[in-house]
Design a protein around this ligand. Sequence first.
Ligand code: ADP
Length: 202
Amino acid sequence: MRADGMRVIGLTGGIGSGKSTVAHLFAAQGVPIIDTDDIAHALSIPPSPVLDQIAQVFGPEYLSDNGSLDRARMRQHIYAEPAAKKKLEAIFHPRIKDVAIQMLNDLPDHTPYAILAAPLLFETGSYSHIIDLSLVVDCSIEQQIARVQARNGLSKHEIEAIIASQCPRKTRIELADDIILNETTLAHLQSTVSTLHQRYQD
Ligand code: ADP
């Protein structure tokens, strides 16, 4: 907890669980959201030290002509060579964490609480000292697949591979302080978020 009492809630969940939707619902209540995906995106805009290091570690061919990350090439490389994923994470994660801490510190005094939205909250293991409690958005794997298919048309096989690369559902639930079961309507999700919002403000 920050000296002024601000708490940090770590929000996570598997792909398609509804994390982003939940983050938007908290944001609509005026809660500051710090999103590690947004930070990763900002760190990947050229010119950036992250991209310089990627070129150094992986080779300049992993950057496109305009200096941005060649995501398709990197994805292929990581797929073929799992150790490369670790190397890439070692470049990104410490920096993402530093920026997240800075952003949390910069929030106004007497902010009751903030949300740190981190898809890899448990996978990276580096957020346990930053957050006061974790909030997991959960739903069945079938629903994860159906939602992601509807969202961006990935194949069932591709989505299953992503799910398999993430923290297992059971582990995530075991690690959670709070759980939102997002298996019904958006209206129900909204009311669950409102209830949690009241609690987190106290
Ligand atoms: P995540 O950020 O965890 O990948 P999203 O919040 O983007 O998941 O949700 C995945 C998709 O499912 C989105 O298109 C979202 O609008 C939809 N969705 C999430 N929760 C519900 C729900 N309770 N009812 C209907 N659609 C939902």
